[in-house]
Design a protein around this ligand. Structure first.
Ligand SMILES: Cc1ncc(COP(=O)(O)O)c(C=O)c1O
Length: 475
């Protein structure tokens, strides 16, 4: 981030976001509306934003929680059906994990309320997801006692299959969680198809199963790069969306957002009202206190970069990802698992699916300062070991090329090492009674006598980044 923004963040480092009365400007950053100034004729969507002077006094209390500049900007970006006089419903969080907990709780509460009203059991809620979900969904399921019904992956298909997901939906399903930008491969799930299939099932069964979109990464990519892609509130069943500000929102760690389609999707009983800090403060977060800096930084980035700035940053990231993808393909050693449309990352595996090689390559790359995780995919694609390079905004062409040259060296070293046989040393030992007694009466250690040592002769040598290591063993 720019030094000006770092400075702003430092100036706000002592401000508690929870003290809305004491630090009204921070709250104001969450407390004003934005209105579209001009519309992109191609997308027929707002493109520039201008600040409305203040929140109307009679704003609904829920809107007050949610009504903030960043929330409104993001809600419009996600095509929430709010007109320019309305405030969008949403909150700033510590990251997507907290955002997902809040969204999940809202779904659970709504489902329970409906089931209670119908006189039906409400003790076995479940969420349908792909097996590729990020761990925060598992945390949510465990902490808040919701079963996670996972659609298994399969060879060649590493995201949630909407057909299978809808088949798994039952009357206890509080929502289907789709991911815009799988953590493991960066791929976008087909949320439009999911919406169609689920609408059809809802009509058939009389249920009302909604969709949550986990757009932790994709939420700040798709609106800029793929405006025609329908994944957001344009799809009627999408009731809430989370996004991480600290991923492609371009802010340091510690900020996420959750936006609801409508304030009706956020059950009133989840809002807490406190007044001991001077005024009525509605809150819907897991933690009470938190720093203000990240919210200020997010707002700074929105103002500083604007729609066009974000679009350029995301385009650059995609271009770097393309260079990486091509370089990896040119080695002839890898299958590219990630798709061209998705999060700017490259996920790849060795063509021969060699697990050991993947982990070793990851380790070798660390020596050059690159942290490229290797991991196995979830069920039923556990046999796949994948490596992943995530492109951030500061990863341009020069770095991409440097990475590729280091990768070639690391690959070469790997091949050389794999060719060299592992040296074998065979010892014949004899344990003889100790020749002295310990003072404290403890059992004395025996004497170890090596009778014979055999070394298999080796004549190979390998080169590691310019240094010659002889691996012949001398006794
Ligand atoms: C798809 C997805 N959801 C949720 C999360 C959790 O996000 P956060 O780190 O912002 O809590 C991640 C993080 O990688 C993610 O990729």
């Amino acid at each position: 981030m720019e030094p000006e923004c770092d400075k702003l963040m430092m100036e706000a480092i002592n401000k508690n976001y929870a003290d809305m009365d004491e630090y009204p400007v921070t709250t104001e950053l969450q407390g004003c509306q934005w209105r579209p100034m001009s519309t992109n004729p191609v997308r027929n969507q707002p493109e520039r934003w201008d600040l409305l002077p203040s929140i109307p006094d009679n704003t609904h209390i829920l809107c007050k929680v949610a009504n903030n500049r960043c929330v409104n900007i993001i809600a419009h970006l996600f095509n929430a059906p709010v007109n320019e006089k309305e405030a969008a419903a949403g909150v700033g969080t510590v990251g997507s994990s907290e955002a997902i907990m809040l969204a999940g709780l809202a779904f659970k509460k709504k489902w329970q309320n409906r089931r209670k009203a119908e006189g039906k059991p409400y003790d076995k809620p479940n969420i349908v997801t792909g097996a590729n979900v990020q761990v925060c969904w598992e945390k949510f399921a465990r902490y808040f006692e919701v079963e996670l019904k996972e659609v298994k992956l399969r060879e060649g298909y590493y995201v949630m299959d909407p057909v299978k997901a809808v088949e798994m939906v039952d009357e206890n399903t509080i929502c289907v969680a789709a991911i815009l930008g799988s953590t493991l491969t960066g791929e976008f799930e087909d949320i439009k198809l999911l919406n169609e299939l689920l609408t059809e099932k809802n009509m058939r069964t009389g249920w009302d199963t909604p969709i949550h979109v986990d757009a932790a990464s994709g939420g700040f990519i798709a609106p800029f790069l793929y405006p025609e892609l329908e994944w957001d509130f344009r799809l009627p069943l999408v009731k809430s969306i989370n996004v991480s500000g600290h991923k492609y929102g371009l802010v340091y760690a510690g900020i996420g957002w959750v936006i609801w389609r409508d304030k009706e999707d956020l059950p009133e009983e989840l809002i807490f009202h406190i007044n001991y800090l001077g005024a009525d403060q509605p809150t819907f977060t897991l933690n009470f206190s938190k720093g203000s800096s990240q919210i200020i930084a997010q707002y700074y980035q929105f103002l500083r970069l604007g729609f066009e700035g974000y679009r350029k940053v995301m385009n650059n990231c995609m271009e770097s990802a393309r260079i990486l993808r091509e370089g990896l393909e040119n080695t002839g050693r890898f299958d590219i698992i990630s798709k061209e449309q998705g999060v700017p990352l490259v996920a790849f595996s060795f063509k021969d699916k060699n697990k050991i090689l993947a982990f070793k390559l990851s380790k070798n790359l660390r020596r050059f300062g690159w942290i490229v995780p290797a991991y196995t995919l979830p069920a039923d694609a556990e046999h796949m070991t994948v490596l992943r390079v995530v492109v951030r905004e500061d990863f341009g062409r020069p770095l991409a090329e440097k990475f590729l040259s280091h990768l070639r060296i690391a690959l070469h070293e790997l091949d050389s090492v794999m060719e060299v046989p592992i040296p074998t040393i065979r010892y014949t030992m004899e344990l003889r009674p100790a020749d002295h007694v310990e003072d404290d009466g403890a059992l004395p250690l025996p004497n170890v006598v090596i009778l014979k040592q055999e070394v298999e002769p080796m004549d190979k040598s390998i080169t590691l980044t310019g240094l010659l290591f002889q691996n012949a063993i001398t006794s």
